[in-house]
Design a protein around this ligand. Structure first.
Ligand SMILES: [Fe+2]
Length: 357
């Protein structure tokens, strides 16, 4: 046996001493290490003391019967092979023992040669069971390890794809002094507002990533329109509006981003349904898009733009109050108001860092 260095240990359980002695003598001849017990309790003690491979047990015994001994013995030694010895007229008890985990039974009087074969059969079965269990265990560990490796690799690729897109946004914004750091600031504010709004942590993270990437579609906006100082023509405005569709199309194939592409697509929707590209209204607008939309308005008001002087946080929030219920989800506005209120001792600089005043 694979798990035994020495001879295989067998336990003989019978209340009749002459039977114990005869069985022991035969099994010793067969090169087994043999222990004996006269009662069920003694048998359990022997099982606790030695690593026993096979138990040969009588059914009719005073005290614990063989039928009751079987489950108790298996509890002490789960790998134990059990053979029952039964009287001719006791097939019912023998069947009960099999049900409870015994492998086989022999009817008394026993032919020693039959006993030898039954013991070998039971030990072979036990060995196969042990091998199967080891194999299953190994397979389980192997599957767990491989799954963890795949998971790590997948997460690494996901991080790389998001980081690549963020680099693209940075490159896009770097060209425009007014936009520099815009997405990073909107991402920071959106995540804080999302948390204040009561979104769960994983959704807050999705909002943060979506906000970081919300204007990635501007990669498809013509340079002349991007850099235009002054009002846009209707055609140019239609062209700019395409950035939410292009953005969501860029992100759509990245299935691991989940709702992020919908957040990007919806960040110019308005609470009253007058936004674009789908004219969604109210809670039909994905919540992440509502949050990013509000954070973007705040950022536009509170940073310098070619067409306006920047407002203080208090002024920006006050101006936004007029948009609550039309452009902005009132609950999202309330969350943003609370967040900015808490931050009133901080000024967010154009490069996205904060400093105390
Ligand atoms: Fe946008």
């Amino acid at each position: 046996m694979a798990d035994y260095a020495g001879p295989i240990a067998v336990l003989v359980v019978d209340d009749e001493e002459p039977i114990r002695t005869a069985l022991k003598k035969y099994l010793v001849q067969q090169q087994f290490e043999v222990y004996t017990a006269g009662t069920g309790d003694e048998a359990l003690n022997e099982l606790r003391r030695h690593r026993i491979a096979l138990m040969l047990s009588d059914i009719r015994m005073p005290g614990t019967s063989g039928v009751d001994l079987v489950p108790q013995a298996i509890e002490v030694e789960p790998d134990l092979a059990i053979l029952m010895l039964t009287a001719l007229n006791d097939a019912t008890s023998a069947a009960l023992c099999m049900q409870r985990g015994a492998m086989d039974y022999l009817t008394k009087p026993i032919e020693l040669a039959d006993l030898g074969r039954a013991v070998q059969r039971a030990l072979r079965r036990r060995e196969m069971q042990l091998e199967n269990r080891h194999l299953n265990q190994w397979l389980k560990e192997e599957v767990t390890t491989r799954t963890a490796e795949l998971q790590r690799e997948r997460m690494r690729l996901e991080r790389i794809s998001t980081a690549t897109l963020e680099a693209l946004v940075n490159a896009l914004e770097a060209k425009d002094p007014y936009l520099r750091g815009h997405s990073a600031r909107v991402a920071d504010l959106s995540a804080t507002v999302g948390a204040e709004f009561g979104l769960p942590d994983d959704q807050v993270e999705q909002v943060r990533i979506a906000a970081r990437l919300h204007d990635i579609g501007k990669i498809g906006t013509r340079e002349a329109v991007m850099n235009k100082q002054g009002p846009l023509s209707p055609e140019e405005y239609e062209h700019v509006k395409q950035h939410v569709i292009i953005g969501s199309q860029i992100l759509a194939p990245l299935v691991h981003l989940g709702p992020i592409s919908a957040y990007v697509r919806g960040h110019h929707e308005r609470w009253d349904g007058s936004g674009y590209p789908d004219g969604l209204a109210g809670e039909a607008i994905p919540v992440g898009a509502r949050v990013i939309g509000a954070a973007e308005v705040y950022d536009a008001l509170s940073t310098s733009r070619p067409y306006q002087d920047k407002l203080t946080p208090e002024e920006a929030v006050k101006r936004m109050a007029e948009l609550s219920g039309t452009v902005l989800d009132p609950k999202v506005y309330a969350a943003l108001n609370a967040v900015v209120g808490r931050r009133h001792t901080l000024v967010f600089l154009d490069d996205g860092t904060a400093s105390s005043v």
